[in-house]
Ligand binder design. Structure first.
Ligand code: SAM
Length: 245
């Protein structure tokens, strides 16, 4: 998998992508990453990428010409045209299902907005427009890192043998169950007995119920589409009723 970012801050990415799980995955060539400086596709002395909006208003907008030239040029390189992702609060909401979808692409170009956003015509170049949530970031670079991180975790060989993306929140439509480590009693609060029992079937059953309870408490909307047995659905509905009381 090859990720590329188009940004006016190309130096932003490496410190994050070279550490921890991302750093190890990058070293093992689970993914490649290249950042392109949008200013390389400008033709004036000041490498201008922004201009004021027609009709007036606050701030500056990214000009269409450098974006078109950059994306056309980058896309023409290499064997496969990239899947071009733009970021905007107006995009489709990013979630684990979108990360899954993107994890099947071979090459992704992440186009990072800045200023008050982009000239609307630039969005014609997007295969996908994603939003990281109902809030406004200063630029698309953080959004790009969220996408890279969440997609890389799903790639074979990214997580060590001992870890699996399969067990994590959203992988089965539920939030993850509560987890504990030593000590078994901390400031008077004990770990649930069953987790100390060594009985794997009982632990699995407790984790499943706990995941349903937590989802009922914090994200009841997820339960509408989660795959549950009839018994689990009845338990989920009971948990939601209790939460509302
Ligand atoms: N004026 C824009 C608006 O109100 O929708 C916000 C522009 S924001 C300051 C600059 C850039 O940050 C955007 O072009 C986009 O690339 C990125 N950005 C900001 N918030 C985002 C979000 N919630 N999801 C994805 N990208 C976001």
């Amino acid at each position: 998998m090859r990720f590329e970012a188009l940004s006016v801050f190309p130096e932003f990415f490496d410190s994050y992508l070279d550490m921890s799980i991302m750093g190890r995955a990058r070293k093992r060539s689970v993914f490649e990453f290249v950042a392109h400086d949008l200013r390389s596709w400008t033709h004036d002395r000041h490498n201008t990428v922004d201009d004021s909006p027609f009709g007036g208003g606050q701030g500056m907008l990214m000009k269409p010409a450098p974006l078109f030239e950059a994306i056309e040029d980058i896309s023409s390189r290499g064997e496969a045209r990239p899947h071009v992702v733009f970021f905007s609060p107006c995009g489709r909401p990013y979630c684990q299902a979108v990360a899954e979808e993107l994890s099947h692409k071979n090459r992704i170009l992440l186009v990072c907005g800045r200023y008050e956003g982009m000239d609307e015509r630039a969005y014609e170049l997007a295969d996908d427009i994603v939003s990281m949530g109902d809030y406004v970031l200063t630029g698309g670079e953080l959004a790009a890192l969220c996408v890279i991180d969440s997609v890389v975790r799903l790639l074979p060989g990214a997580l060590g043998d001992e870890m699996s993306a399969k067990d994590e929140s959203f992988s089965d439509g539920l939030l993850e169950y509560a987890q504990y480590t030593r000590p078994a009693v901390f400031r008077g609060r004990a770990v649930p007995e069953v987790l100390l029992s060594g009985n794997h079937a009982a632990v699995d059953a407790w984790r499943r119920r706990n995941a349903i309870e937590r989802t009922a408490r914090w994200r009841p909307d997820l339960l509408e589409v989660a795959e549950l047995t009839d018994e689990e659905r009845a338990f989920a509905e009971r948990s939601m009723r209790e939460e509302r009381q």
